[in-house]
Design a protein around this ligand. Structure first.
Ligand code: HEM
Ligand code: HEM
Length: 185
């Protein structure tokens, strides 16, 4: 699609999904960190684990919808003033963000299922486990889940800094994804 035909901003579905997933991830990260701390009461810890696991599964589902929708719909053109290297860096960072969200959600899922623990929402829906029960698999997934979060947090910080810098310059990049609903494409 040529630049002249490309929309100015992402579709309302892409924008609303971006902000819903962003809010869920920004809540899930600290909840994950807090729930593994010593000294919490059993009931608080159980509640946080239930919240974390089930939000994580919803994030996984929304990210899959987002990637499918992203591939099926046209992408708005980047402002002509943006240097090539920045366009390439932004694309690479977005792919890495999608990738790390998948790594976090899948490793969390495998850690819980291979460990033989429940995921309340999926259990209520009768969705069976997709991985076998295995302590070594659960341990590997746990190590990945614990370490990958540092990469995800670093990417998010760089992403937010870049987004705010574009918002400050008003070069049209921020308005590609804002407002979450409404506004012409
Ligand atoms: C994008 C989604 C997710 C993010 C950003 C995320 C983030 C985190 C973080 C930051 C921790 C704390 C790690 C630590 O301090 O040791 C954690 C722990 C944990 N998460 Fe997630 N998580 C996500 C998805 C999931 C999912 C889908 C599940 C399971 C269905 C899950 C299950 C767990 C469990 C069981 C722990 C405790 C790990 C342990 O055994 O130490 N997470 N998560
Ligand atoms: C956990 C938080 C977040 C995640 C995981 C995330 C992820 C993403 C991803 C993957 C894209 C690429 C969209 C695509 O082309 O498919 C994107 C675009 C964008 N995000 Fe975020 N985002 C987060 C938070 C934020 C925040 C807090 C801001 C603003 C301060 C923001 C501003 C933007 C902007 C301006 C774009 C459009 C950039 C462009 O089209 O080049 N994001 N985000």
């Amino acid at each position: 699609m040529s630049d002249t035909l490309a929309p100015r901003r992402y579709s309302a579905l892409t924008r609303s999904l971006h902000w819903i997933v962003a809010l869920m991830v920004l809540a899930t990260l600290p909840i994950g960190g807090i729930m593994v701390q010593e000294g919490l009461s059993r009931s608080t810890q159980d509640l946080l684990f239930i919240l974390h696991k089930n939000t994580g599964v919803i994030i996984l589902a929304l990210v899959l919808v987002r990637i499918a929708w992203r591939l099926a719909t046209p992408t708005p053109a980047m402002p002509a003033t943006m240097p090539d290297w920045q366009v390439r860096a932004a694309r690479a960072a977005h792919v890495a963000l999608y990738g790390m969200l998948m790594v976090m959600a899948i490793s969390g899922y495998v850690r819980v299922r291979a460990g033989g623990f429940p995921i309340e929402m999926l259990d209520a829906l009768g969705v069976p486990s997709f991985v076998p029960r295995s302590d070594s698999l659960a341990e590997t997934a746990q190590t990945i889940h614990r370490n990958a979060r540092f990469v995800l947090v670093a990417l998010i910080l760089v992403h937010i800094a870049a987004a705010l810098q574009h918002a400050w310059k008003r070069d049209g990049v921020f308005s590609r994804i804002w407002p979450p609903v409404g506004g012409k494409s």
